[in-house]
Design a protein around this ligand. Sequence first.
Ligand code: FE2
Length: 342
Amino acid sequence: MAILGIESVVYGVDDVALCTRFWDDYGLVRADRSIDEPVWELPSGSRIIVRAIDDPDLPPAHFQGSGVRECFLGVDTAENLEKLVARIAVDREVWRDADGTAHFIDPDGNPMGLRIWAKRPVMCRPDPVNAPDHIVRLNQHRKWRMRARPKTINHIVYFSDNYVEAYEFYRDRLDFRMTDHSKANGIFARANGTYEHHTLFWLTTQHPGTRGKRGYAHIAFGCEDVDEVMVGANYMQDKGWSNVRPFAAALNRHRISSAMYYYFPCPAGGDAEYHADSDYLDDAWIPRVWEMAFGATIWGSSSSGFFAHKPATYDVQLDPDEASLEACRHLGKDGKDVPSIY
Ligand SMILES: [Fe+2]
């Protein structure tokens, strides 16, 4: 049974026109010309759908303001879809559309869906990277890009009151794999039909800065390389979109996942992340457990707050049996184990 990744994400937003301009500027390509319910489609076939916040066809909101109202995971076959639906339906309602799409509510109250997905292969050929004594691009420029054109929806992040239980639900019902555990912070988990480092990440609501948050935090789009990330970021800034976020630099590279990221606050809710050069994994990967700040970023001066470079906190271990989960299962319930990072 294989879940191939995120098939589509449906936003409910205060200002459809503003969000349309954002995603157009971001480099997504429109799949229609609708003014009221615009749709963008990525080369992988994943879609971004924007609707008015009070659209009666959206699932009821469980948070305030604009944000993701439903996320659909793509399944490889009809037979597997039915097997997965049967597992979900053990203890919760599942409702179906005429085309077989299944809807359910996950342990954090997030409306989710499962449907068959003809995911498309994506052709990427990033330029080889030269280094002294490692000449792999001789007499040859790099590509000169004019716009970013994100290729995939790489992952989506949700706030979670109990990220251990959230992960276990997706592991036990939908065959997700834990790839990395950021201690007292969250779990990165990969759908079993993709090599992407994580399809879902659950961020604890037990930090002072995340307490009380519900639903969606950010979405990441796979780009070919750092040039595509930066051309996209430059274009967005030229169009007047702010890259200022409260707790994290717009551009950095995670130590967990190795991915380079560039965030923009998004009028559709949360953040939009340009994402490149991530780790890609299969079932040979052994999960790791990381000290939170050490895993968060590789770059950062000693004065850049939470994201400061902290060599003294070098802390990462293999966690093949997911033993690290137990210590975080009751996180926040006694208020003791939660590092104050925000
Ligand atoms: Fe991300």
